[in-house]
Design a binder for this molecule. Structure first.
Ligand code: FAD
Ligand code: A2P
Length: 273
């Protein structure tokens, strides 16, 4: 038989620009899911940054939204943690993706929730509501976090217990991880709370900080600018209120260009904002 008779295998053609393939999808609640995609070989990012991802719209134009990368920068794949907005232009469709589907990913990571934007300190606080835990899912899995800080406090607040499950499982897996588990042990203090359902710890992050309850529960001193650093990610209202609390403890807002004691990023842009 001549060579011409046996067809050369053709690699699968990517149909979208900047396309990445979905490798895993997990639905946590009817409002929350996470998924993993292939990582472009050229993509370098700092844990905590976000990128634009999306799907091709019906008009043939990409429909893109900002998403925090939830996986750490050493991971071979990229992970995202997403809301499902029933009438949301993107997430009403994105929530139906399956393994093997393609999404669009613009490989230009940016963001303020990065180690470079904080001065060195003893303790770092990750303060999140809802899907705002996504950038911290990346930072909690990055060894640099534990090299830079003696203690890492993850406060995550949701309305109900089931909405905490992604974070709870992530912390559990991290503590049992053969590589990073030892580094995390005794350093990562996880403080999840609910506000609208019974749970062993309750209340808004702002209230647990101002009342001092979280310091008592964890056996650590009240926040102070000499020792404490913070990163904040939630709704606009949450971010505004937490900023006031942090400023009350004497912490100042920093940026990539001017590292200080805390940094903030919106977890989403709310209605009418
Ligand atoms: P949109 O038209 O974008 O939003 C419709 C409405 O849904 C909004 O007005 C708001 O009220 C509500 N909404 C949107 N996103 C959320 C959310 N995450 N939680 C609660 N309510 C929401 N979303 C994620 O799910 N995961 C992320 O990691 C993430 N990272 C982001 C990072 C940045 C810097 C910004 C600015 C936004 C981020 N978002 C994230 C929000 C995301 O960009 C989209 O808004 C979201 O995917 C919904 O898209 P949509 O087109 O379906 O609806
Ligand atoms: P609460 O139930 O008391 O409103 P949402 O689902 O509305 O985005 O809220 C997610 C979580 O963030 C909820 O537990 C909610 O508490 C809390 N939260 C909302 N707004 C604020 C705020 N301004 N300050 C502190 N926590 C907030």
């Amino acid at each position: 038989m001549s060579d011409a008779a046996s067809p050369t295998p053709v690699p699968p053609v990517k149909t979208l620009p900047d396309a990445q393939s979905v490798t895993q999808v997990t639905h946590w609640t009817d409002r929350l899911f996470s998924f993993r995609v292939t990582r472009p070989q050229s993509l370098r990012f700092r844990s905590g940054e976000f990128v634009m991802i999306g799907l091709m719209g019906e008009n043939g134009k990409p429909l893109l939204r900002a998403y925090s990368i939830a996986s750490p920068n050493w991971d071979e794949e990229l992970e995202f943690y997403s809301i499902k907005v029933p009438d949301g232009p993107l997430t009403s469709k994105l929530q139906h993706i399956e393994v093997g589907d393609e999404i669009i990913l613009r490989p230009k990571p940016v963001g303020t929730l990065v180690h470079d934007a904080l001065l060195p300190g003893k303790r770092v606080w990750f303060l999140a509501t809802g899907t705002g835990i996504a950038p911290f899912a990346s930072l909690m899995r990055d060894p640099e976090t534990y090299e830079k800080f003696e203690q890492v406090v993850m406060m995550h607040t949701c309305r109900t217990v089931d909405e905490l499950e992604y974070g709870r499982k992530l912390v559990e897996d991290l503590q049992n991880d053969p590589l990073i588990g030892e580094m995390v042990e005794g350093k990562l203090l996880y403080y999840p709370t609910t506000t609208r359902e019974d749970f062993h710890h309750k209340g808004r992050i702002t209230d647990n900080l101002t009342s001092g309850k979280v310091f008592e529960d964890l056996g650590i001193p009240p926040m102070n600018p000499a020792e404490d650093r913070a990163m904040v990610c939630g709704s606009l209202a949450f971010n505004v209120d937490v900023k006031a609390v942090l400023e009350g403890f004497g912490l100042r807002e920093g940026a990539n260009s001017e590292p200080l004691e805390y940094v903030v990023e919106k977890a989403f842009v709310g209605d009418g904002i």
